[in-house]
Design a protein around this ligand. Structure first.
Ligand SMILES: Cc1cc2nc3c(=O)[nH]c(=O)nc-3n(C[C@H](O)[C@H](O)[C@H](O)COP(=O)(O)OP(=O)(O)OC[C@H]3O[C@@H](n4cnc5c(N)ncnc54)[C@H](O)[C@@H]3O)c2cc1C
Ligand code: FES
Length: 286
């Protein structure tokens, strides 16, 4: 191969829009087709994204708005001509996303990462906060495959829930837990999960949300002999395996390319739930 004809780092675009891309990992302009306010903190963006292959549940995209940082976002739904991302307003970049309007442009790389394995017959999906994003897409896929799905969501109060009606429309049984008791079980989602597992058998558990919550889900599920798959949200810079910012100590596994979905049994051999890397690459407690 003549590398000079195919440089790794290229510039493309025109009319004042220069797009840098690395090999096949190029940014694609993605026009915003629709915006839905899901709750006071989260907006869903339907992005025009033509692809011959649907992304797999659990995969994520790196999203960039010129002038801001590039951030990882799970795919919360997808079709032949769109992907949906559901963005919580957390800091400077996501605040700028929340100001965008229909027909504005974002730039997207990906989809990246592995995905949930959906070969079992019955699933319990346990989510907290924006962890609902990859799980609602998983719920739709599970339903399309004709398998059983229970969707359990936890939040501080009922205004924070995401996609409950959407989950019901997939045919999933929905349970909720709130810390202030404003809806469903009063207390932690992990306590509600424990009660569900005492009554009902599930082949597999999928989880995404705050890492301490997922740690509880993984410990409880695996101790009962149930396979748990957890989708991790770690600090990411490159999104394709070269910077090491998302490493899972001490294994060297990188969340962006080896994950974001990991088997619970493997995670329990790591610093999962206890330690992660910050923006500088330093180890910090969770
Ligand atoms: C695989 C993956 C999937 C994600 N999916 C979603 C999603 O569907 N919806 C959603 O709202 N958020 C998601 N996130 C988290 C999202 O990327 C951060 O909230 C976002 O980067 C915050 O950027 P900010 O500048 O607005 O806030 P900041 O003030 O910079 O950060 C707010 C919080 O987000 C974390 N964060 C900041 N930058 C990054 C980064 N580059 N990578 C990971 N975490 C970061 C910080 O540690 C901090 O805890 C996902 C993260 C990962 C790794
Ligand atoms: S984000 Fe760079 S290695 Fe994972």
């Amino acid at each position: 191969m003549n590398l000079r004809k195919k440089p790794l780092l290229q510039k493309s675009g025109g009319a004042g829009k220069e797009i840098f891309f690395y090999g096949d990992f190029k940014f694609r302009p993605a026009k915003i087709k629709k915006i839905v306010a899901e709750n006071p903190k989260v907006k869903s963006f339907y992005l025009k994204h033509a692809s011959t292959k649907l992304p797999h549940p659990g995969q994520f995209v790196m999203v960039w708005l010129p002038g801001s940082e590039e951030v990882p976002m799970s795919i919360s739904d997808a079709g032949a001509d769109f992907i949906r991302i559901s963005v919580a307003k957390e800091g400077p970049t996501t605040a700028k996303f929340h100001k965008l309007k229909r027909d504005d442009m974002l730039f997207v790389r990906g989809p990246f990462g592995n995905s949930f394995s959906l070969e079992d017959s019955s699933y319990l999906l346990v989510c907290g906060g924006c962890g609902a994003a990859p799980l609602i897409y998983a719920a739709k896929t599970i339903s399309r495959k004709g398998k059983r799905c229970t969707y359990l969501a936890g939040a501080k109060n009922q205004s924070e829930f995401l996609f409950l009606d959407e989950a019901r429309r997939t045919g999933a049984k929905v349970h909720v837990a709130t810390e202030d008791g404003s809806a469903g079980h009063r207390g932690l989602v992990t306590d509600r999960m424990e009660k569900l597992l005492e009554k009902k058998h599930f082949d597999s558990i999928l989880t995404c949300g705050p890492e301490q919550m997922m740690y509880g889900v993984v410990k409880d599920g695996t101790s009962r002999g149930i396979r748990v798959q957890a989708s991790l949200e770690r600090y990411m810079k490159c999104g394709f395996g070269i910077c090491g910012s998302c490493v899972l100590d001490p294994t060297g596994l990188r969340v962006c390319v080896d994950g974001p979905v990991f088997d619970g049994a493997l995670l329990l051999k790591t610093k999962f739930g206890k330690q992660k890397r910050d923006a500088c690459g330093s180890r910090v407690g969770i």
